[in-house]
Design a protein around this ligand. Structure first.
Ligand SMILES: [Mg+2]
Length: 240
């Protein structure tokens, strides 16, 4: 197929590709569901009440995504002192998580040509990577949860670039959030790719900070970043 459009990213300039984690490499809903059910087990142990369906409905149907356990204990007249333990149980679940279909193949392919980084604000970033079986793909991992340099601070993006030993301008950042994953890296001169999946898929991009490219599947990254090896000895690549 001949495609005369210029590449979005200069393949001679890009040395590293950095990824967000939640809703970029795996559906965050999976983490939430497993965590909520783990917390519901804890409620069962303490109170003898099975509120598994109620917890899921509270979060996914009623949209109580903040203070979910506060609302639960209030509604079911449970001791408020249970809340911190439920929050811990939510994050302590250690069962396996599944990456998006094809995500691993994309990482493996890009790794042939680029250094790969991961930057996440999410709690338990390292734990999630392990549960996803993806830890081995990354040359640098930065988890900023509750740190002063969390996204959208540019420091977060600088840290992952320096961890990879590349200038920010030689890196591309891929994430699902139209602001957190775009504004900071753009300010540093990083390339930006917005993946329209997950919780923020329908949120518009900012007019003053649009991403360089938008994709709705991770495997579109492979074409976008043109990881085919450059032809040697010729400026022209037949068939392209
Ligand atoms: Mg995300």
């Amino acid at each position: 197929m001949t495609d005369d459009r210029p590449p979005v990213f200069d393949p001679g300039r890009v040395e590293a590709v950095c990824f967000d984690l939640d809703d970029t490499l795996f559906p965050f809903e999976q983490y939430v569901r497993a965590g909520l059910l783990h917390a519901a087990d804890r409620v069962w142990v303490h109170t003898g009440r099975r509120l598994h369906d109620e917890i899921l409905a509270l979060y996914f149907e009623e949209g109580v995504t903040e203070g979910t356990f506060d609302r639960l204990v209030e509604r079911h007249d449970l001791p408020a002192s249970l809340v911190p333990e439920l929050v811990e149980a939510y994050h302590d679940h250690r069962g396996p998580l599944e990456p998006y279909p094809g995500a691993e193949a994309v990482l493996a392919r890009l790794r042939e040509r680029y250094r790969l980084g991961l930057l996440t604000d999410g709690r338990n970033g390292q734990g999630k990577l392990g549960r996803l079986g993806l830890a081995g793909y990354f040359d640098a991992v930065v988890v900023t949860h509750d740190r002063e340099f969390a996204k959208p601070a540019v420091d977060a993006f600088e840290r992952v670039a320096s961890g990879l030993g590349v200038a920010p301008a030689a890196a591309v950042y891929v994430g699902d959030h139209p602001e957190l994953d775009v504004v900071g890296p753009k300010r540093l001169g990083m390339g930006t790719v917005r993946l329209r999946r997950g919780r923020f898929a329908d949120r518009p991009s900012r007019d003053d900070a649009p991403p360089d490219a938008e994709i709705d599947r991770l495997d579109a990254l492979v074409d976008l970043l043109d990881p085919s090896p450059p032809a040697t000895g010729t400026e022209e690549r037949p068939g392209r």
